[in-house]
Design a protein around this ligand. Structure first.
Ligand code: ZN
Length: 464
């Protein structure tokens, strides 16, 4: 900013008597962004060595980033969300059911840092073309497609108090409050060789200039067995820097003297993109790796769930923001003692709902479960989740002639007992809808900030 900018508004700066008019305004809302148009590029996949094409598509608000396997039947999509994380060995793999996409972190880093909130990443292979091992090709692609603002405010995760994760391998990640997204990273190789430090605020311009060109680096000891087993057919000195002892081998010279720490920052941005919200906080990372990054993303996700449970309004919202018990009963056919929803306290977009159920000693099930030791049966919590998810689906399908039926529950976990006197916050999120035939929801029951049970509930739609 030049001096001219400082004097662009002399009136507002000078009129102290009118200061009431210029009290600090609410921060201008940042809007979600997507791509201006479709753009694609073709290259070699790292693990198979085969040709792969990656195509970026624009997507509507609140869609998030989803990967699409164009090469598979039904072209399944996978949400780039931390709950879909499968493995973190050398690269980050996400999946749903039996479908996987590997090495997603560099594309995710580019999309996130360049400010793209909503996009479909379509691929005709199980991983993106590796390019030169950096995020540069994806940044070029995003710039080719253009980035455009949408009409919904961005979703943020504001760090309120320090959080940290530590792994057995010596990685330490601390997250501190900050009004910007910052990363300060220390990278160190074996015997602390190649120790490098860099601290920066992550903005699109800084990412493009300082981080995107930094390439993947590997230690020879780590890749030798993989090369022997032919597991990295597409790997070469054209898409990775190989460190052997003190020697640095690569096709072109280092792009930065501290290229390694820059790539570590790139991976942190990509892995934390799985949180699905923009982070306002300062990540201080020591010897980070994919598994530590993923653990931090998980911790953020848990903290977000905990907070949304705590921010329950005391008053009953009216209109579209919530439903009182009589409105709930207009939607659900269930009645005492099987109605497991007292009130809907909010919807977030079209895909999320939070409801509450106060559990009293008068619930009939406590008489027999168990005499002298009342514990709410887990199946009743699943019933509560199903009822809440049904309300969400009702909202989605109310204009159609179809109605959703509870079909199955997967990955159900009961983590803590629920006692008389507890208030359960029931969260349901639509994670997948296949046309108007079936829908999948991820549900949580939360009591006193802790998840007590969770499950993936599937619904099928039938004609009314
Ligand atoms: Zn990487």
């Amino acid at each position: 900013m030049g001096p001219a900018c400082h004097h662009a508004f002399p009136d507002t700066a000078g009129h102290h008597t009118k200061s009431l008019l210029f009290k600090p305004a609410m921060a201008t809302p940042e809007f979600q962004q997507t791509l201006g148009k479709i753009a694609s590029f073709t290259g070699t996949a790292l693990h198979t060595g085969e040709k792969a094409t990656l195509k970026l598509h624009p997507a509507p608000v609140d869609h998030g980033i989803k990967f699409k396997r164009k090469d598979l039947q039904d072209e399944p999509t996978i949400d780039a969300k931390i709950e879909n994380l499968k493995t973190v060995e050398r690269s980050t793999t996400i999946g749903e059911g039996s479908v996987r996409v590997h090495t997603v972190e560099h594309v995710l880093a580019a999309l996130s840092a360049m400010g793209v909130d909503n996009a479909v990443v379509e691929m005709d292979a199980n991983e993106p073309p590796i390019g030169d091992g950096s995020a540069q090709p994806y940044v070029d692609l995003i710039k080719k497609a253009g980035v455009t603002a949408q009409e919904e405010a961005r979703k943020f995760f504001d760090v309120r108090e320090p959080m940290h994760v530590e792994t057995k391998t010596g990685a330490l990640l601390v997250l501190l409050p900050d009004d910007k997204f910052r990363i300060s990273c220390t990278q160190a190789g074996p015997n602390n060789r190649f120790t490098q430090f860099l601290s920066m605020e992550v903005t699109p311009a800084a990412f493009e200039r300082e981080i995107a060109p930094a390439r993947t680096f590997v230690y020879y000891e780590d890749v030798e067995p993989l090369m022997d087993k032919n597991l990295i057919k597409g790997g070469s000195l054209e898409n990775a820097i190989v460190v052997r002892g003190d020697a640095v081998l690569s096709k072109e010279p280092l792009r930065f003297s501290d290229e390694f720490v820059r790539h570590k920052i790139l991976d942190i941005i990509g892995d934390l993109a799985l949180v699905g919200r923009r982070i306002r906080g300062h990540v201080v990372a020591v010897k980070p790796g994919h598994s530590a990054n993923a653990e931090l993303a998980r911790a953020l996700d848990r903290e977000h769930t905990r907070r949304s449970a705590m921010s329950a309004p005391r008053a009953i919202p009216i209109g579209d923001s919530g439903l009182d018990s009589s409105e709930v009963m207009k939607i659900l056919p269930h009645r005492y003692p099987f109605l497991m929803v007292d009130r809907v306290i909010g919807f977030e977009g079209e895909n999320k709902i939070t409801a509450i159920k106060s559990v009293t000693i008068n619930e009939p099930f406590f008489q027999g479960h168990f005499p002298g030791h009342p514990v709410m049966p887990g199946v009743m919590q699943v019933e509560a989740m199903a009822q809440v998810a049904s309300i969400l689906l009702f909202k989605l399908t109310k204009t159609s002639s179809r109605v959703g039926y509870f079909m199955s529950a997967d990955e159900v976990k009961f983590r803590k007992p629920v006692f008389p006197g507890d208030t359960i916050f029931i969260h349901a999120e639509l994670t997948r809808a296949r046309g108007n035939r079936m829908a999948k929801t991820k549900c949580y029951c939360v009591v006193n900030d802790a998840v007590v049970s969770e499950g993936e509930l599937m619904f099928t739609f039938l004609d009314k």
